[in-house]
Design a protein around this ligand. Structure first.
Ligand code: SF4
Length: 412
């Protein structure tokens, strides 16, 4: 069946990179979501990030609202499967700490950080590190001065002016790795604000209806706003802001793009960890091989390739099927349950074989098939997990060095 795409030409914006994900220009429109865990809770946040990635999020935002969150980010970023954006609230120092932690992008709300010297300090540091910043204007937290200027009302013009002022501060320090959002909870207001902004700038735009509320109304509102703009060729990355499990946000974003013909429906959705100091295989090579092995197969499953058995099965427990490396072997798991152990050079073949079996027979049958090997597989995974921890220690990513810098800067 031929895919009929939206009738409007997409507006060409300047492309920038958030980690390895292009935003703007000719890059596919990306899906974002946001964790609702405390960022200081490293394991809980990583599990949610993996669940969001498995549901279709290309980029995930985590709050960086307190020093402990920046410390958490230093430990999360090296293990995240997707680029991480740090959401900065009122404290520009959190932005500097998040950059130190190694995040791929910042989100600043001009209504909350208003001192030009603070904005410029963050932009200068981001420039040195080549890290983009989203200017996240929010109708509900507009700069009071602008609010008054526009007759004590939140208007599209006021929101656009807030974004333009922030751009001006950034430009004063020669920083232009910028993307912008002008979100509001009113759908007509956000649509008009984005239309006006799109006329005036060629930076990539991040679309969303803020505080859209719980489903189903939240989904309808978000879809009404985002889809209207996308269909006019406006928007480079999107987020559904729903009052529910954020996995639903990622799923809805993906579904919208697929239904507009703006992203292709994948067969196997292959996710892979980014690799880090704990990896026991060349994750890029194995993921590449798996991608090739699955590319012509019609298997609608999420499959994970993970570099270590210490964190792999837990981080990717929402994937339908996965494999984690450990001690020259591959530990296969189905929805987080260990099912088999295979030699390292058979990891990809085993993934294809099990994915085909699941697709033909279902999950219950696959778990039943592994009934006699599950306990042994679990013990082997535990052994290799302990072995890795002994060999590489608790801080395989040297995150603690970054944490020390962040903590030292707090004392100054
Ligand atoms: S190697 Fe292990 S800890 Fe590192 S990113 Fe991959 S799964 Fe996570």
């Amino acid at each position: 069946m031929q895919l009929i795409k939206s009738s409007y030409e997409r507006k060409k914006t300047k492309k920038l990179m958030v980690g390895n994900v292009g935003v703007g220009g000719d890059a596919p429109i990306s899906v974002q979501s946001m964790t609702i865990t405390k960022t200081a809770d490293v394991e809980g946040t990583l599990q949610q990030i993996y669940a969001l990635a498995a549901a279709g999020a290309d980029i995930v935002r985590c709050t960086c609202n307190e020093p402990e969150a920046a410390v958490g980010l230093a430990r999360i970023v090296p293990r995240s499967p997707v680029p991480i954006v740090a959401d900065i609230h009122h404290q520009y120092k959190r932005a500097l700490e998040a950059l130190e932690a190694g995040v791929d992008c910042l989100r600043l709300n001009p209504g909350n950080i208003r001192k030009p010297e603070h904005i410029k300090a963050v932009a200068s540091e981001a420039k040195d590190r080549n890290i983009p910043i989203r200017i996240g204007v929010n109708g509900g937290s507009l700069d009071p001065e602008l609010y008054e200027k526009y007759g004590s009302k939140v208007t599209p013009e006021a929101m656009v002016e807030s974004a333009l002022r922030e751009i001006d501060y950034f430009n004063q320090v020669d920083f232009d790795l910028i993307k912008i959002s002008v979100k509001a909870s009113s759908v007509p207001l956000m649509i008009e604000a984005y239309r006006q902004l799109s006329e005036q700038v060629d930076y990539p735009l991040h679309l969303g209806v803020t505080e859209a509320g719980p489903p189903p109304a939240g989904i309808v509102k978000s879809t009404a706003g985002i889809a209207t703009l996308l269909n006019e060729g406006i928007g480079d990355t999107i987020r559904y802001s729903l009052t529910t499990d954020p996995v639903e946000e990622a799923r809805m974003g993906r579904t919208l793009l697929e239904s507009l013909g703006l992203r292709e429906r994948k067969n196997v959705d292959l996710i892979a960890c980014p690799s880090c100091g704990r990896a026991e295989i060349d994750v890029y090579e194995v993921a590449e091989k798996a991608q090739q092995a699955f590319q012509d197969k019609e298997l609608p499953l999420q499959v994970a390739v993970m570099g270590c058995v210490v964190n792999g099965p837990g981080e990717a427990r929402d994937a339908d099927l996965g494999i984690a490396a450990g001690n020259k072997r591959g530990h296969l798991f189905i929805k987080g349950v260990n099912v088999a152990v295979v030699p390292e050079d058979e990891m990809v073949d085993a993934l294809v074989e099990w994915a085909t079996y699941i697709s033909d027979n279902g999950f219950e049958a696959a778990l039943e098939r592994a009934k006699s090997t599950r306990e042994e597989a679990r013990k082997a995974a535990e052994q290799d997990r302990d072995r890795n921890l002994q060999a590489k220690g608790e801080d395989a990513n040297a995150s603690e060095a970054k944490v020390a810098i962040i903590e030292k800067s707090r004392e100054e």
